[in-house]
Design a protein around this ligand. Structure first.
Ligand code: AMP
Length: 281
């Protein structure tokens, strides 16, 4: 695996690859590092349909609405490189911030048609502008055929699909299933900051989602099911931000649960914010 830090070097490698390997696909997996099995699963899925795999590691400052969170975000580049060496990843792009954001004052404009204002957007203002901006910038640099994102960040995936459509980029955006710990906790770089008792407390999220799924096998009344889920959730040690049942395409709240309904949740475990989701049927 080649580690590339300079934008010009990456562009040259990609241009040469395109010239020398017509018809071959470039797959791209953007990450913020502190890699775990969730990230590695994206690379494995990408390897099934792409010949050249590029992974990026960049802790994107513009998507953090909380400066403390940005400061504390885990950074483990040496371990990350070791993990990537064991995958099919061909290139790790680890850019310098100045090359991702050459003109810091230039305002990024995109109309995400409100998709950025619901769920996560209510609690993390500006977060999805930062996400769309950095992913669009990476797409411009890497020009991948396919890009792979985890369903763990369900709303992010929807936002990236929308940005890709709005900008007419024609990149295949592939959603990949959530990877969980044996106990069911959705893997996240932030989990490394949980104490052992918090790791146990955090399982209340998956247990609540499982309850929702179970209840949905007997009823389609989203309001009723949400009430029971919230009542159950409040018995745990976590602080709920939101728990909503939404349509899988536009993320609007649903009244009647159907085959495309998802329950999305965000909660604090101590001072670590966790998100998760589950398809209910
Ligand atoms: P991050 O480094 O947290 O920005 O995540 C990089 C990519 O990995 C995003 O597309 C995430 O949705 C995905 N990802 C993170 N955690 C998981 C997980 N547990 N299962 C599947 N994908 C994940």
């Amino acid at each position: 695996m080649r580690v590339v830090r300079k934008l010009d070097e990456l562009k040259l490698i990609i241009a040469n690859y395109r010239k020398e390997s017509p018809g071959k696909k470039i797959g791209f997996v953007p990450t913020m590092g502190a890699l775990h099995k969730g990230h590695l699963s994206l690379l494995n899925i990408a390897a099934e349909s792409c010949e050249l795999l590029i992974c990026s590691i960049f802790v994107n400052p513009t998507q953090f609405n909380d400066s403390e969170d940005l400061l504390k975000y885990p950074r483990t580049i040496e371990e990350d490189i070791k993990l990537l060496e064991k995958t099919s990843c061909n290139i790790l792009y680890q850019p310098f911030e100045e090359e991702i954001y050459p003109s810091r004052d230039k305002k990024y404009e995109i109309d995400l048609e409100g998709l950025d204002l619901i769920l996560e957007g209510k609690f993390r203002p500006g977060h999805f502008d930062g996400v769309a901006m950095v992913v669009e910038r990476f797409f411009e640099i890497v020009c991948p055929d396919r890009a792979f994102f985890g369903e763990k960040d369900f709303q992010q995936l929807a936002i990236i699909r929308k940005m890709n459509n709005i900008r007419g980029l024609n990149i295949d955006i592939i959603g990949c299933p959530i990877v969980r710990s044996e106990e069911g906790l959705a893997l996240s770089s932030r989990n490394s900051r949980l104490s052992s008792s918090e790791l146990k407390d955090a399982l209340h999220i998956i247990n609540t989602l499982k309850l929702g799924k179970e209840l949905s096998s007997n009823s389609t009344d989203a309001g009723l099911i949400l009430n029971q889920m919230i009542e159950y959730f409040e018995k745990g040690n976590l602080k709920l931000e939101y728990l909503e049942i939404v349509d899988g395409n536009d993320l609007s709240p649903v009244k009647e649960i159907d085959d495309n309904s998802y329950c999305c949740v965000a909660a604090y475990c101590g001072d670590i914010r966790l998100i998760d989701n589950m398809k209910l049927k």
